[in-house]
Design a protein around this ligand. Structure first.
Ligand SMILES: [Zn+2]
Length: 547
């Protein structure tokens, strides 16, 4: 009797042990893949602030991971929507179709937003922030392919403050949650679920955004120690509404009302803390990586972009943001070690684009730079085309440095499309700041293999892009008067981190040119999934084919 019980008891232990092992560890794959996109992170930030990074955050990724030190975006325009789509599809906008954050659609007579979907409604947040899905993205993502490879047993969860930073990485088959600036909650749309999963509601009940915003944003250490940045108070940065100078400390409760209510958290390092809080909740709520299947958590830190736009890459605020993000990253990696075991999870980190320096700051240092006034150019363009082609609304839209011509009107008046494009291109070249102008005809007929022409072509979508595409001079930015922006094909916008860390990754680095479209194919090889269907990048051999 005793021995029978013991046998049953031992049997149970053995069964649960085997069962436990089987459920916790997929064979030949990591338990969990964590994709991290830091919105607007330059590769340079790995080095610039490293003296004050901890050992366990960015430095650990650098020292224990494999870093491509010369990783770039390989298309124009370098914006957030296209960036996230390109990282996860391994393709460029010419293929995946996310050609901007917003772009003009002649047949609708208006611009559309990259993640907008009028057929879906908000779930768990305000109606206006809920018409979101990945439907405008035309090719599959590595997240979709992970779902296919496991017959949909793998879970995919995308999290970000920006909806596009969550919805595009999660692909067409994953779940996505983003921050609702109206309510301070994380929300989704009925593309994904009809009601919020319990763990998301429970997370929202904690009202963490409110808690963070009841505090001040103070620097991590005294301002005098921020020796990698220009003076805190200067004329180049954009102060918050209600402040006269762009300098510490930031009294967030006082600033909230005039600076986007809950949305204010986006422009503070607390936005990163909140994003990670939600990431921890997702890992636990969905039991990611603990079900015997390889799961994917796609996190995008949106706050560095908001902060970077307002204060620029040489600011104390950006330095403070990265010092704090480094500490959050250390905590996060320690958590992953504890929950999944060192080497049992795979992390990759990149950015959706980098950023230009503030124009007036560059000028103050004698670097040729300029502000491109697109409204002025549009007015000039309208005058010119009326003088050339007669009365009429010839220019439908000018956005993302692309001109959309009224082709229907041209047809009606019997004008030659190509000749018209050419005349306008020549006219535009007369303006200071415009370096090159390409016509849609140029981009359709020729194949540009290198240089900025190639970048433009990789971002050119035959069905969606404009009729004339401009390239500005280096350090010339569109409509950027305080603070800064990004979007060009110059290195300050294209050069971003590409780091792999953890499961099956040997420490090392390479200075070989690589592109962000190589990330998804590298994952495909490592994770033994199909390539995303439109992928044009290549596996990073230093990572996939190590001895
Ligand atoms: Zn941005």
């Amino acid at each position: 009797m005793k021995s029978t019980l013991l046998t049953i008891f031992l049997g149970l232990i053995l069964t649960s042990a085997t069962f436990g092992q089987k459920t916790e560890k997929p064979s030949g794959k990591p338990k969990l893949v964590v994709g991290i996109v830091v919105d607007q992170m330059r590769q340079e930030y790995f080095y610039k602030y490293q003296d004050r990074y901890t050992e366990g955050g960015f430095k650990r990724l650098m020292n224990e991971g494999f870093m491509m030190k010369n990783g770039h975006y390989n298309y124009i325009p370098t914006y957030t929507g296209p960036g996230h789509a390109s990282v996860y599809t391994g393709a460029t906008p010419s293929t995946h179709g996310i050609i901007g954050n917003n772009w003009y659609v002649p047949s609708l007579g208006r611009s559309i937003y990259c993640a907008e979907d009028s057929t879906v409604t908000a779930v768990g947040g305000s109606a206006e922030n809920g018409k979101i899905s990945p439907r405008n993205m035309l090719s599959t993502t590595i997240s979709d392919e992970m779902r296919f490879a496991s017959n949909k047993r793998s879970k995919v969860v995308g999290i970000a403050i920006k909806d596009r930073g969550a919805a595009l990485p999660a692909g067409h088959m994953g779940d996505a949650y983003w921050f609702d600036s109206k309510t301070g909650n994380f929300m989704t749309s009925n593309y994904y679920y009809d009601t919020l999963p319990k763990w998301v509601s429970a997370f929202n009940e904690k009202e963490l955004a409110k808690k963070y915003l009841s505090q001040k944003w103070e620097p991590l250490s005294p301002i005098a120690t921020y020796t990698q940045s220009i003076a805190d108070d200067n004329e180049f940065e954009g102060p918050f509404i209600g402040m006269t100078s762009p300098s510490f400390p930031y009294d967030l409760p006082a600033l909230m009302q005039d600076n986007g209510e809950f949305g204010l958290i986006s422009t503070t390092p607390y936005g990163n803390s909140l994003t990670l809080d939600m990431a921890y909740a997702a890992l636990e709520g969905e039991q990611l990586g603990k079900r015997g299947e390889m799961d994917l958590l796609a996190v995008s830190f949106s706050s560095p972009d908001y902060i970077g736009h307002r204060f620029g890459p040489s600011s104390v605020e950006v330095e403070d943001t990265y010092l704090k993000l480094d500490r959050e990253m250390e905590k996060f990696l320690n958590y992953l070690d504890k929950e999944y075991g060192k080497g049992e999870y795979l992390v990759f980190l990149t950015a959706d684009h980098a950023v230009a320096d503030i124009v007036d700051y560059m000028k103050s240092e004698n670097i040729p730079a300029g502000n491109f006034n697109s409204r002025f150019i549009l007015t000039q363009l309208r005058g010119f085309s009326q003088a050339q082609f007669g009365e009429g609304n010839w220019i439908l839209n000018f956005s993302n440095e692309q001109v959309f011509l009224n082709k229907a009107l041209a047809k009606e008046k019997g004008l030659d499309d190509e000749k018209m494009q050419r005349q306008i291109a020549e006219f535009l070249l007369g303006f200071e700041g415009i370096k090159e102008v390409y016509t849609a005809t140029d981009l359709r007929r020729n194949e540009y293999l290198f240089g900025r022409k190639n970048l433009l072509q990789m971002g050119y979508n035959h069905k969606a892009s404009g009729d004339l595409l401009l390239i500005l001079e280096p350090a010339w930015l569109s409509n950027s008067y305080k603070g800064t922006t990004h979007g060009t094909g110059y290195t300050y916008d294209t050069h971003v981190p590409i780091v792999f860390f953890g499961w099956n990754i040997q420490p090392g680095s390479s200075s070989r040119y690589a592109t962000v479209t190589d990330i998804a194919p590298t994952l495909s090889v490592l994770l033994k999934t199909r390539l995303p269907n439109g992928a044009t990048g290549h596996p990073i051999l230093e990572i996939t084919d190590k001895k």
